[in-house]
Ligand binder design. Sequence first.
Ligand code: SAM
Length: 253
Amino acid sequence: MRAFVLQGNDAAMAVEWLHVHAQVEGVLEEPDALVVWLPCELPQLPKGLQVTVQERIVRAEDYHVTGLENDTVIVVTEDLLVRPPWVECPEGFAGTELIVPRGGAFGSGEHDSTKAALVVMHRSWDAVASMADVGAGSGILALYANVRGCERIEACDIDEPSVIAARELLPEASIYVGGAERMRPCDLVVANMTGAELRGSLNSILSIWTRENDLILSGMRAPEVDDLVARVPGREVDRETLGAFTAVRFAAN
Ligand SMILES: C[S@@+](CC[C@H](N)C(=O)[O-])C[C@H]1O[C@@H](n2cnc3c(N)ncnc32)[C@H](O)[C@@H]1O
């Protein structure tokens, strides 16, 4: 087996090309590179791709790397944590745990937009009869509602693999491929998406919000917050900014 380190703007595109044109045995994501494992020499990549290639010596121990070794507990607040099932709960922790296997879907708890949404949900959690998770990714925000006892959970994502992952995490929830309009109305509605996606979906998001509980929008970057807040017919009751991302909680009146 041989390993090639791909770096540069088009590294991901080069990997996609290799999946079609070579026998890719594995790809490891590193902070600034993609390492591709092949049983042979790397084929000549298409001209014009901005990518540098360096062969890496393969050691016997590399065959045992899974990419999961560095996973740890993600502390969201002192009494709320997220961890994959293969990482143990810290001894003595008595708060709320979200167990989410890190896979292809967005939402393993590492991203600041997920954390900001969780902080706002957790800070003033109120028993709710129904919750909708718009842009569910892995289903992590719906899982929070589930572990806090919410009985009816709906979720959606335009990305089918994410919907498959979320259905595995929450087999009893109703999870749809598509946008917010696919879901039945819910009392608490949470959406963590980019500012542009939130703006584009806002009418559908508002149409399924019964206003019996709150609406939480997360994933906004600083220049997007005021515009989105102004578009929501609700009263801002909480806000959390983590890194570049802000979550805002609105009450119906
Ligand atoms: C930032 S991720 C959030 C995932 C998870 N809810 C979390 O908090 O970590 C946004 C997700 O929204 C999905 N998405 C984007 N636009 C959407 C839309 N209009 N309707 C439904 N899902 C959408 C994406 O596929 C992606 O999985």
